[in-house]
Design a protein around this ligand. Structure first.
Ligand SMILES: Cc1ncc(COP(=O)(O)O)c(C=O)c1O
Length: 454
């Protein structure tokens, strides 16, 4: 039995939607007047925001966005991690002015001195010996999957059900309710059936992984150390170590996608939990939102790739790995500024303290309202899900999604100056997030639940 009626929820949401429209005439006009934009936005994902149209924004600094109608919002969405370094931190602004203005040269297909600095810093943090760059985490994953198939001579990869690694074709596979692989619902006209390229297992299911790898045709497991795109699903004790062991036993490579789990610390979950991936991908926040991505290889894997090139595979021209703008001077300058001066080793602990306060406040409020919800934290990010205990895997987590509740809570927040990520209920801190920002969210969340359940 739910503690609130769906009709009450619908009425509250309708009220919030009306306030949103009334308070944001310039954003509404921006959307309605965007006659030449497909779906009225520069990228169709921007229609994900609740309220019927997204806010247009005028400025963004640190953890604050000012929208077109002049409201200041505390930003816990941070571009769904792209802005984990905060919006336009001073070292990034300076690096961009120097690279583009003073020195000149956004892209030349020639290296700058920043590249080796960034690669060495990534090695220091994540441990992998060799690095290559892309313009997005999606492409880092895409290109790496080619390399792991090349060296293992195996056709398939393994992913966890309801994981997300960017728009990489092979990864759009989930398990249906009967545990059978199927194309992820909503997949847009896939070029081929990804159930043929990919084995899919539930997260935290080592027996399932063992059975899938027993076929001997999986080049690599591609996984986040904790799932972060279907709510946060944490690995159970021994799960990640178990993956490593199963990979070693079967000659399968292990790729960790740290694009979001970078929130676990300066060297992501890899450093924090002492993990030993064969390869690692990352993007988004690395360049403070300036387009970039990176993939790292152990020395052993790098040597294997070089050896495998004797088969004729071409990584220098049109073999399917790389792109003209990848590794450009602007991206590298951005990554150097962010790693060197913004997301430094010392900023993670205070950010994590704030998230711990944030998550504790959520838990207390949820308990006070007797709601069967749960909260998971991963370093500097946390997330609530509408089930308790917290989901163990993607299948459980997707079953707990509740679009009506999310719309209400997201709109309630926006109307009171608080943004959380539009895709689910995640909050992320940046170095400039303050205790007052967290308190503002808490007051909003308490008030929302008071209205919902009384
Ligand atoms: C874990 C993970 N990997 C890769 C990506 C792809 O990043 P991008 O969209 O910047 O290519 C995402 C995006 O949300 C992600 O969450």
């Amino acid at each position: 039995m739910e503690l609130f009626s769906r009709q009450h929820l619908a009425e509250l949401t309708e009220r919030e939607r009306a306030s949103y429209r009334a308070a944001n005439p310039r954003s509404a006009a921006l959307h309605e007047g965007a006659e030449h934009l497909f779906a009225r936005v520069p990228m169709t994902w921007m229609n994900k925001w609740a309220g019927g149209f997204p806010l247009g924004f005028a400025t963004a600094h640190g953890a604050t966005i000012t929208d077109l109608d002049g409201h200041e919002l505390v930003d816990f969405a941070l571009g769904d991690t792209g802005a984990m370094a905060g919006h336009s931190p001073a070292p990034l602004a300076r690096a961009m002015a120097e690279r583009i203005g003073r020195d000149g040269g956004v892209t030349t297909m020639l290296p700058t001195e920043d590249a080796e600095w960034v690669a060495a810093e990534l090695t220091r943090r994540f441990g992998l010996a060799k690095w290559s760059f892309s313009l997005s985490a999606t492409d880092a994953n895409r290109w790496l999957l080619r390399l792991v198939r090349l060296v293992t001579n195996r056709p398939k990869i393994l992913v966890f059900s309801y994981s997300y690694h960017g728009s990489v074709d092979e990864t759009f596979v989930v398990l249906d309710e009967q545990g059978r692989p199927q194309i992820r619902p909503g997949g847009v006209a896939p070029a081929y059936d990804p159930t043929e390229t990919t084995r899919v297992v539930e997260f935290n299911d080592l027996e399932g992984v063992k059975a899938a790898l027993a076929h001997g045709d999986v080049a690599a497991i591609l996984t986040e150390p904790a799932m972060t795109n279907i709510g946060i699903v944490l690995p159970e004790p021994g799960f990640l170590e178990g993956l490593r062991t199963l990979c070693d036993e079967t000659g399968t490579l292990l790729i960790l996608d740290e694009t979001h789990t970078f929130s676990a610390g300066p060297g992501g979950a890899t450093q924090r939990y002492n993990l030993r991936p064969d390869a690692l991908t990352i993007g988004k926040s690395l360049g403070g939102g300036v387009p970039c991505g990176a993939y790292g290889l152990t020395q052993e894997l790098a040597d294997r790739v070089v050896k495998a090139l004797a088969s004729g595979a071409d990584i220098v021209d049109v073999g399917g790995v790389g792109g003209t703008l990848a590794g450009n001077a602007m991206s590298l300058a951005a990554m150097r500024a962010v790693l060197g001066e913004v997301l430094t080793d010392d900023v993670f602990a205070p950010m994590e303290e704030l998230v711990t306060t944030f998550a504790t406040g959520l838990r207390e409020s949820i308990a006070r309202h007797q709601l069967p919800w749960s909260v998971n934290q991963l370093g500097t990010r946390c997330e609530y899900r509408f089930m308790s205990p917290a989901p163990r895997n993607g299948g459980e987590s997707v079953a707990s999604a509740d679009g009506e509740l999310e719309d209400f809570l997201h709109l309630y927040g926006i109307n009171r100056g608080v943004l959380i990520t539009p895709f689910h209920n995640m909050a992320l801190m940046c170095p400039e997030t303050t205790a007052a920002d967290v308190a503002k969210h808490q007051a909003m969340f308490d008030a929302a639940l008071d209205e919902l359940v009384g």
